[in-house]
Design a protein around this ligand. Structure first.
Ligand code: DUC
Ligand code: ZN
Ligand code: ZN
Length: 467
């Protein structure tokens, strides 16, 4: 039996218009007027917006952090659904002495299957690539995993990548439709500063931020872009946190490099003053790159509106404050890095972007789902309201308003990153492949409904807009 969503205002990356949507067998069957034969379940969306389901291209779940602490698992993807996100792409780390594909296959079987509330893709998070791992790139693309993440920080760790590793990975990736993603921070600069601060007893969370200055991100961003230029390969820079790094991305694109970028909700609305909160409260906000001075926020919003940055991912990486984050009390290098964000990505963009006049509604949909779908090989199956697409659909009530609290968090940890923030609008009903799975903030689906999604090679649906 089909469903019919009537009287809503459809919002896509390119259009806003009133129409009905007919869904059959998990797909959008038709968009228009006078649809259906009367046998459908009807949902009246008068006064509501209809968005394509959100795609969060950057989440960390079911992993052990570099500090040895455990992250929340895929059952917490219910939080993503509450914020209208129907697909996440999770980082899956290559295991020691194990091939990339074998590692990821194991991760899918053990952590994703039977547990997830949303559809899931995987990014391969590589140990420093060698000849064996590069040789696996074609098979990764074939397996529907066309993205690899390389980590420029943390020299000495298994995941650190030097310039040689990045350059060779970029060249190989280009040959087989893979996209290289980088965490861009200059490792040496970070470690010198960290050592100095620790040696002089400056060990509160604030000093984590000071040990990761903006220029360290800017330098690594430029270097990665120039390596991409040398390899004539595309590049995706994750979690751009500051205006200077963003400008380097824009200049790189203007100079002809195919460089794309993501920023995250926390860099748009939270600033470095959080790290200085008393009683180790600042520990809740420790992530890398760190929260920046507030002056960076307006340029980042503008970059989203102008398409200099195309993607907003949450970089959801959730730890309990008590018992996990607070292990780093008195010694910031031990604080588990990461903040939650899966639940409120849409709320932050809508309330503090759209309603504040910084982002058009269409651009919001674009950075929240459509460009992520295109860049990460999910388009047009996902990220759009189009005939034939998966019926991942959000009925969004723009009139709803509440306050974010830990009590309303579904993220599975003991604090809310945006505690006390007003949240306007709500994903009132969320459909995953045509099934109603979230209704008025209540999960009405089942864990395990989410499927592993094989993604298409990079480039098949995407060309970055010219700047
Ligand atoms: N930074 C990352 O790069 N990944 C996860 C968490 C964090 O803070
Ligand atoms: Zn990162
Ligand atoms: Zn991350």
């Amino acid at each position: 039996m089909g469903i019919l969503i009537r009287n809503g205002v459809l919002v896509t990356a390119g259009d806003t218009y009133r129409a009905d949507i007919l869904v059959e067998a998990g797909h959008i069957k038709a968009i228009g007027a006078n649809l259906g034969d009367g046998s459908e379940t009807v949902y009246d969306a008068a006064g509501k917006y209809i968005f394509p389901g959100g795609i969060d291209g950057h989440v960390h779940l079911a992993q052990i952090s570099s500090r040895g602490t455990a992250l929340t698992d895929f059952s917490t993807t219910v939080a993503a659904l509450a914020g209208g996100t129907t697909t996440v792409i999770a980082y899956a780390t290559q295991k020691e002495s194990t091939g990339i594909l074998d590692s990821l296959e194991q991760f899918r079987e053990e952590q994703i299957e039977g547990k997830s509330a949303v559809d899931v893709g995987m990014h391969a998070y590589l140990r420093s690539p060698n000849e064996n791992s590069l040789a696996e790139f074609p098979a990764l693309a074939e397996a529907g995993i066309p993205t690899v993440k390389l980590f420029m920080a943390a020299k000495g760790s298994a995941v650190h990548c030097d310039d040689r590793a990045i350059f060779t990975a970029l060249r190989k990736a280009k040959e087989c439709g893979m996209l290289v993603m980088v965490h861009a921070e200059n490792s040496d600069l970070l470690s010198v500063l960290q050592q100095e601060f620790v040696d002089s007893g400056r060990t509160e969370p604030l000093w984590h931020g000071r040990a990761h200055p903006e220029v360290a991100e800017e330098e690594a961003t430029v270097r990665a872009i120039l390596l991409a230029k040398a390899a004539a390969a595309p590049l995706f820079v994750v979690h751009v946190s500051c205006a200077d790094a963003m400008r380097r991305v824009r200049e790189g694109r203007q100079s002809g490099v195919r460089v794309l970028a993501e920023t995250c909700p926390h860099y748009l609305v939270l600033d470095a003053s959080r790290l200085a909160l008393p009683d180790f409260e600042g520990g809740k906000y420790v992530c890398s790159p760190p929260l920046r001075d507030a002056a960076n926020q307006e340029p980042l919003w503008r970059a989203l509106q102008e398409s200099w940055i195309g993607v907003v991912g949450s970089d959801h990486c959730a730890f309990n404050f008590h018992g996990v984050k607070d292990l780093g009390k008195g010694y910031f290098p031990k604080i588990s890095n990461g903040v939650p964000g899966m639940q409120d990505r849409l709320h932050i963009l809508y309330t503090y972007g759209v309603l504040a006049g910084k982002l058009s509604l269409n651009r919001m949909v674009d950075v929240w789902t459509t460009t992520p779908a295109k860049v990460f090989g999910l388009y047009p199956q996902k990220g759009s309201l189009a005939v034939g697409a998966d019926a991942d659909i959000v009925i969004f009530d723009p009139e709803y308003s509440d306050i974010i609290t830990a009590a309303s968090s579904l993220e599975g940890i003991d604090y809310a990153l945006y505690e006390g923030f007003v949240r306007k609008g709500r994903a009132e009903k969320v459909f995953l492949r045509g099934e109603l799975v979230m209704d008025q903030g209540k999960f009405v689906g089942h864990l395990g409904q989410g499927r592993f999604i094989r993604r298409a090679p990079f480039g098949s649906a995407y060309d970055a807009p010219a700047l």
